[in-house]
Ligand binder design. Sequence first.
Ligand code: S3P
Length: 472
Amino acid sequence: MRRKQLTKDYRLPILFTKRSNTANSQMNLSSKPMITVNRSKALSGHILIPGDKSISHRAIIFGSLCVGKTTIRGLLESEDVQRTIEAVRQLGAKIDKKNDKWEVLGFGVGGFSSPENVIDCGNSGTTCRLLMGAISTTPISAIFVGDKSLSQRPMDRIIEPLSEIGVKCSAREGSFLPISLEGVSSAMPGEFEAKIDSAQVKSAVLLAGLNSRGTTKYVERTLTRDHTERMLLFFGGKIKTEKTEKGFAHYLQGLQELKPQEITVPSDPSSASFFIAAALMVEGSDITIKNICMNETRIGFLKVINKMGANIEVKNKSTMCGEPIADLRVKFSRLRGVEVPKNLVASMIDEFPILAVLASLAEGKTEMKGIGELKVKESDRIFSMSKGLRECGVDVFFGDDYMTVEGMREVKGGQLINTFNDHRIAMSFICLGQVTQQPIEISESLSIDTSFPGFIEKFNEIGANLSTQTNQ
Ligand code: S3P
């Protein structure tokens, strides 16, 4: 397989250089599929899922916004998070791994220095959008670039609110990366109303507000994932959230001092969703997943599959660094199709691909509406999922903001599935292949490293039958 040659300056530490820069590209049908998924026997055992991706990005960013040493245990060591580490290093922080923990020596709120090189966000929208916000109220300049997929994702959602407080961004036509950003000094705070439900936009605005002179107000219709707010409190900062008739209003006082902390990152509920789904589908399965982040803004998927009839026991509830956590015991279950409540969409935005897989084996149809945001993720996930499922023999109807899946007792499979270089599409079809009548082949598996290194090995450890082939 051909990979983009990274120039010296763009190069990441060796551990993280595997992913190609070809997201959304056409599948090369002549290249060998990288994974063959055979039917699984019952999955069983205890699993520890890697750290939450959203919390990991934020732990690095908040650590850099303190003067002193923050330590992070359980950090997700995926490509996306490595992009944030590299970016924040370029902006002046010192970050290293010492034994099992990462240490961040930060520079304090407003302490960013101009990077000597472009900030290459790779495939990571969170790196790009959060950091654009974070640096925007410091008088430095930076150029943000990304891979092919990220360069096709909308950035006007960040550029517009930042330009309201005087930040200058010049983007490629259509408001796409590359973007050159010139931060403002002595920024005045803004008042914003969310146009879309996006935690990345909220976080960008709040991080900008941290170095503004006064109170930033951000109102969102739905409470999107609130890890930024929680982490700010955990680092000794202040933020107030009120429920209003318009939704949720956040008030953040600028120029606060944050205090370095010791953080342990809970396990990622989005990554866990693939193991949960596989255990629900593969007959006889019984698995336990430890320390999953159970934040209300992240568990829409669990609520929906509960309505579908999933047998999941929630055990050992506690908290970890300001986030609720629990262990989940998941057993094989026969599911029924449901209509996904629109008010849960934001809290399960990354779980729709795997929900569509579960829906294909549920009794009756599953309707997902108000999911237009899926079109601007790492791939157009409405299309990527519908295409793959149809090829496997499932009836799927879809449009710009909906998808309906007709469940069936057995799914044929026997196809080479195009992942569109999207990690969640790859992982979703790896789960489906464990129950299809004929094996499924997956076009590539490198994308999985953006969020879940070790995914395939972990599945095989609990009884799956996944084989990886080396691409030519
Ligand atoms: C994220 C927010 C979500 C999610 C993404 C991570 C975050 O994106 O899809 O994987 O960490 O804030 P949006 O803000 O675009 O919904």
